[in-house]
Write a protein that binds this ligand. Structure first.
Ligand code: HEC
Ligand code: HEC
Length: 173
């Protein structure tokens, strides 16, 4: 499908949604998190959040999207661009393979809220750790200032281990 078609479909979907139910508007707000104020200030001048919420992009895709909006008239400095890309990538990333366990979902929410405040996800993604090592890593980040509550640690460890656990033994050394 061409990008243009995809965009048309997306816009149609967005339009249909806004016709369907006013209550859906609540779902189209930009989620809270570091960077949300900037995103509201810079990105909602010409259109609603719907168009943004409908996108699922990797960080590089968000950078391109923000640059495109800049060409179309959004006023965003280079520094702000990075912050916005972090924010959007944290909240509107491509959907990962389904994980059903509640703990994992809960852990993901903690991750998104607390683990991307000081650094991007690259530092995390490049790790492959066993679960106890993830627990230690979380403790370390908490000592360094991450605001993870005690009762969130297990869920977060489940999530991180599921996403960035030790790889299956298909790679031999
Ligand atoms: C100067 C006006 C303006 C500003 C500010 C703006 N946009 Fe847009 N944006 C547009 C227009 C025009 C479209 C095309 C959609 C339409 O026709 O409604 C669009 C569409 C989009 C889309 C849908 C996909 C696409 O590329 O068409 C996304 C996602 C988006 N904008 C994100 C953002 C983000 C993120 C920001 C903040 C950095 C932003 N916009 C700021 C004008 C703007
Ligand atoms: C208060 C700031 C802060 C928060 C919040 C934070 N980190 Fe970090 N993290 C750091 C710093 C500083 C480093 C070292 C960065 C560097 O080397 O550039 C780091 C590095 C890392 C690394 C690389 C390995 C290492 O130990 O250096 C991983 C993995 C990591 N963090 C995971 C996480 C996870 C998971 C969370 C969420 C619980 C998190 N971080 C939240 C500050 C933070």
């Amino acid at each position: 499908m061409s990008k243009r078609n995809l965009k048309l479909i997306l816009m149609a979907v967005v339009a249909a949604n806004s016709w369907l139910a006013v209550s859906r508007a609540a779902q189209s707000e930009l989620p809270a998190g570091p960077g949300v104020e900037l995103a509201r200030a810079k990105c909602l001048n010409c259109h609603e959040a719907d168009l943004i919420v409908a996108q699922k992009l990797a960080r590089a895709g968000w950078v391109r999207e923000i640059e495109k909006m800049t060409r179309w008239g959004a006023r965003v400095s280079d520094e702000e661009k990075e912050k916005l890309a972090d924010y959007f990538a944290a909240h509107f990333a491509p959907i990962k393979p389904v994980k059903t366990a509640d703990n994992v979902a809960r852990g993901q929410a903690v991750y998104e809220a607390q683990c991307l405040n000081c650094h991007g996800d690259e530092l995390i993604k490049q790790q492959r750790l066993a679960r106890p090592a993830w627990v230690r890593e979380i403790e370390k980040m908490v000592r360094w200032g991450a605001a993870v509550k005690d009762d969130e640690k297990e869920a977060l460890a489940d999530y991180l281990f599921k996403q960035y656990g030790v790889r299956p033994l298909k790679v031999t050394r």
